[in-house]
Design a protein around this ligand. Sequence first.
Ligand SMILES: [Zn+2]
Length: 454
Amino acid sequence: MRKSGMFLILLLCMGYSACNIQPSGNSMPDRYYDYNGPKPKNIIIMIADGCGYAQIQAADFYSGSPQVYESWMVRYGMSTFPSGGSYLPAESWSDFNHVLSGPTDSAAAATAMSTGVKTTLGTIGQLGSRRLNHLMTAAQLEGYATGVVTSVQWSHATPAGFVAHNSSRKNYGAIALEMLESNMDVIIGCGHPLYDNDGNPVSSGSEEYQYVGGESAWNHLLDDSDGIYDQWTLVETTTAFQSIADGSVSAPERLLGIPRVYKTLQHERSGTSSVVNPGDNTTGDTFNGDVPALSLLAQAAIEVLDQNDSGFVLMIEGGAVDWAGHDNNSVRNIEEELSFNTTVEAVISWVEANSSWDETLLIVTADHESGYLTGSSVDTGSTGPWASVVDNGSGNLPGMDWHSSGHTNQLVPFFAKGIGAAQFSLYTDQADPQHGHYIDNTDIGLVVKDLMDN
Ligand SMILES: [Zn+2]
């Protein structure tokens, strides 16, 4: 009797590879569904940082049409709370202030999506002193090329949360060095030490090296033959990114892309206009000149990674949607979301022209909501606090009200298309009164790792 019981446990463990990782504590998943379908060739995870349902809606109303990803078959809510937290569906819709407490941050959220394990606020790729296993590392062991691309600093919380391990997201220098020494094939983002937020060169003595790992790391990156960081091809100009993206030069083996701008591609540029300006530049404040769009950076990354016959795993972040949410800046929030949406469209075009949904999985989601955006009750005449963003016609600023300068613990939207996307439906075991069935952010790490090891 005892013997057959043991045999049954052994059989179960053979079917469920999660048994190799012994669950401990409440931070580990309590459910796991083994994937037995064909292995995806490419996996692309796109994250609009700080983007809730209302931010997508505002950008849709401004641009005059919904995004194609909003009609994908696999679309759910996603909970994002950090380790020790929770999302309570009923309370979140009975008390307007409920979601103001217990939100995650980009470090804990990226760690959860990357590793499948929740951690504490501000922590990158570890839980206490325990280093967690990133999906990028698992991908490298499976032969995938790997990359991260962002519109903010490349050592900032979201890309760092997919690659590095650190007790604080603020240790940019150490995080940058760990990323440079990692096995990533592509790292692209801002943080250029010699340029300001408008893309102008800083005066001598005003250089800021923290986001690239310090001055000595920068000098090693510039020197291609000193034996330190020579594996990286450093690319800075729009022309150079364009040449890689359009194939007019052969793509380097490993690309470190740092556009000539300090913290963000566009969001932190000068200008204070809050009057809406039709088009992609919603403020009309002059765009930074020689700074590539996020969509071009993504295309260049894909050209580099697609050289690997065994496929690639790529994370692309629209990082400054969050920054505009913190600022309660409606026009720049829409501008950043439009830039992210354009990048999703470019990625979809690449999949359909150069790959297919039978071999590529595309995930579009967010890490948390920022700013507690709702509709304006002035516009709607609604007395309810959860009024929807108001459609004032394309090219016009929608009716938008902000209720926080920080993050909220709301569900965020999750969309997936392509090979393996249906696997997420197995994880939708909870339901929200407003957004229906939802997954948890750790399910991304769990499912993606499972898809890759087939
Ligand atoms: Zn934030």
